[in-house]
Design a protein around this ligand. Structure first.
Ligand code: KG4
Ligand code: ZN
Length: 363
């Protein structure tokens, strides 16, 4: 029997200020999960402004921590460790979180654990579904896109990732090009429901190349071209044009992600996992068409498919607290020299990804 572990987690690497308390005791229990979004602060700028994000994190982090502890019915003295996202992400925001966590650790004497934000996402299926190692993880959001074999809290192999845009970014840009509201993913998905996917044949980038790397930036250029052709020919876009463009775009993203997932699954299955599983995380995993197609690809290969609830798929601090708990159990400790890292690849042996998302350069 292991002793229960209660961890306070802090997250501030992009545009969500978050704090949460998680207890790990055999299974894991989320005692509180507070997320303060900054959407309205950045709306006028059409994207996340790093300086505005950092200032808002600095103002809101302590409120989030107080709220998270209160909702958990605990004081700082009751937690066993403080976990904080120390990278990768927008450096000002990461710094705000790290400084706040250091202050809390120094003041309370509690141990500090620096957590990789991507590890937080990657370990979420263990928090929500108790998934066994090793499993395959597909991270698809506005800032990330990569396939990882997850073997432990600090043991990851990256099989591939985007070489340019993240898929969420491509959804957001598509929506912008068509005058649809942000965030683009849900708007494009809604339009696509009434669209004809076969009217526009968009490219399926990198499918002709072996491996699991992906590319999405050419897709939005292709969409822009089709949009401009329609505008030149008929003076504007009809509602059906918009729906067909969205359906064609979404179909292309789905096909690319599914084919690359099949390849990643083949690689992963070579390890002969005892209970094979694929987990998805990130905002794009909310897309029903994509989810359905991934689920079918898994069923074909006898692999379990896990998609954590959306509020735990997107940025939150419960995943940081949980990853912190696993790392703490494995002996990881940080001290007051913990630094904020804008880049921090999970797989130390993989070549760096060159793409840049809304979070800037990716790990
Ligand atoms: O994980 P997330 O909340 O934030 C980070 O990027 O870290 O993901 C947000 C992204 C946005 O780009 C949004 O457009 C996309 O996820 N998204 C979707 C859907 N819902 C959100 N993309 C496609 N279909 C959706 N239903
Ligand atoms: Zn994230």
């Amino acid at each position: 029997m292991t002793t229960p572990l209660t961890v306070l987690g802090l997250e501030s690497s992009c545009d969500d200020t978050a704090a949460a308390v998680v207890r790990v005791n055999g299974g894991a229990q989320i005692l509180s999960n507070v997320v303060l979004g900054q959407e309205e602060l950045h709306r006028a700028f059409g994207g996340v402004v790093p300086e505005i994000a950092a200032r808002a994190h600095t103002e809101k982090l302590d409120l989030c921590v107080t709220e998270a502890l209160q909702q958990a019915g605990l004081g700082l003295g009751d937690v066993d460790a403080i976990a904080v996202t120390s990278g990768p992400g927008l450096i000002g925001g990461v710094l705000a979180g790290v400084m706040c966590a250091k202050g809390l650790a120094a003041g309370s004497g509690k141990p500090l654990v620096g957590v990789n934000h991507l590890a937080g996402h990657a370990l979420t299926p263990r928090l929500t579904d108790g998934m066994d190692y090793p499993y395959l993880m597909l991270l698809v959001s506005g800032g990330h896109c990569q396939f990882l074999i997850v073997r432990g809290p600090d043991d990851f192999s990256r099989l591939g990732g985007t070489i340019d845009d993240a898929p969420g970014e491509a959804f957001d840009k598509t929506a912008r090009l068509l005058g649809l509201p942000q965030p683009g993913g849900p708007s494009v998905e809604k339009e696509a429901l009434t669209g004809d996917e076969t009217r526009f044949r968009f490219p399926r980038p990198l499918l002709d190349r072996p491996g699991c790397d992906l590319s999405f930036s050419g897709l939005k250029t292709a969409l822009l071209r089709e949009r401009d052709k329609l505008i030149a020919a008929q003076g504007g876009l009809h509602a059906q044009d918009r729906a067909d463009l969205c359906a064609g775009f979404q179909g292309a993203v789905r096909d690319v992600l599914v084919t690359k997932t099949q390849r990643a699954l083949d690689r992963y299955l070579q390890e002969a996992p005892r209970v094979p599983g694929l987990a998805v995380a990130g905002g794009v995993a909310a897309n029903a068409a994509l989810r359905g197609a991934l689920q079918a690809a898994c069923a074909e290969k006898g692999v379990a498919f896990v998609a954590p609830p959306l509020r735990l798929c997107t940025d939150n601090a419960a995943m940081i607290a949980y990853a912190g708990a696993e790392l703490f159990r494995a002996g990881h400790r940080s001290d007051l020299t913990l630094s904020a890292r804008p880049r921090w690849p999970l797989d130390r042996t993989a070549a760096p990804l060159v793409g840049s998302g809304k979070k800037g350069a990716k790990a």
